[in-house]
Design a protein around this ligand. Structure first.
Ligand SMILES: Cc1cc2nc3c(=O)[nH]c(=O)nc-3n(C[C@H](O)[C@H](O)[C@H](O)COP(=O)(O)O)c2cc1C
Length: 192
């Protein structure tokens, strides 16, 4: 029998996201963040293509992102609600890591697998930040899905996407856990 790492399993069994709407300082400092990013970068990556990049965002970056989101909403003819939704997370942002899916040309590794690796990186960040005692929340929002916004904001070229913006801070209010999927509903044992 393999030796189980029970504390890790117990942590993972209870891990949950918190809402970035309730985030306050403090946030991790540079040295701690470097450790968290290093651990999160232990991510499955078929073909070792490193099909992602990360941008660490702090208050001045969020101010710029909020302005860009509002500008883009106005260009698109958006109403006050679209502006508010677009600016929202950026107006409130304290510290986050934008994970950019950046597939590399390959004859062997499909783009889908490279995008999944970026998703795995987001999940790794979420998990390691939570393990370090921080509150974390993986969000995107409409601007992240807008090609013009993501080019202006994050320098994304045509093949790049925002896989996630992982906010990391302290939760002023803790969320209760949400209902989790029932195994029987989503797992089929064998091919029958
Ligand atoms: C790719 C992706 C994008 C998401 N974007 C948002 C978002 O923009 N706004 C939001 O409220 N939640 C968003 N979520 C959901 C949050 O991460 C939510 O808090 C999460 O489902 C909680 O799950 P957990 O407690 O298992 O970590 C997103 C989730 C994923 C996977």
């Amino acid at each position: 029998m393999p030796a189980a790492n029970r504390p890790v399993l117990d942590f993972l069994a209870r891990r949950l996201s918190q809402s970035a709407k309730h985030f306050t300082p403090p946030v991790p400092g540079r040295a701690e963040l470097e450790e968290l990013l290093t651990i999160a970068l232990r991510v499955p990556d078929h073909g070792k293509l490193e099909p992602w990049r990360m941008i660490v965002l702090t208050r001045p970056d969020f101010a710029r992102l909020a302005t860009l989101a509002e500008e883009r909403a106005r260009e698109l003819g958006g109403d006050a609600q679209m502006i508010e939704k677009g600016r929202g997370a950026y107006d409130r942002g304290l510290l986050a890591v934008a994970v950019i899916s950046s597939p590399k040309p390959s004859d062997r590794i499909p783009v889908e697998e490279q995008v999944l690796s970026a998703g795995a990186l987001c999940m790794g960040l979420l998990t390691v930040a939570t393990a370090a005692g921080w509150a974390a929340n993986w969000i995107t929002g409409w601007p992240a899905h807008d090609p013009v916004f993501r080019a202006r904001a994050f320098g994304c070229h045509a093949g790049e996407r925002v896989a996630g913006i992982v906010h990391i801070a302290t939760a002023a209010e803790l969320l209760a856990d949400r209902p989790r999927p029932a195994l029987a509903k989503v797992v089929q044992w064998g091919l029958g």
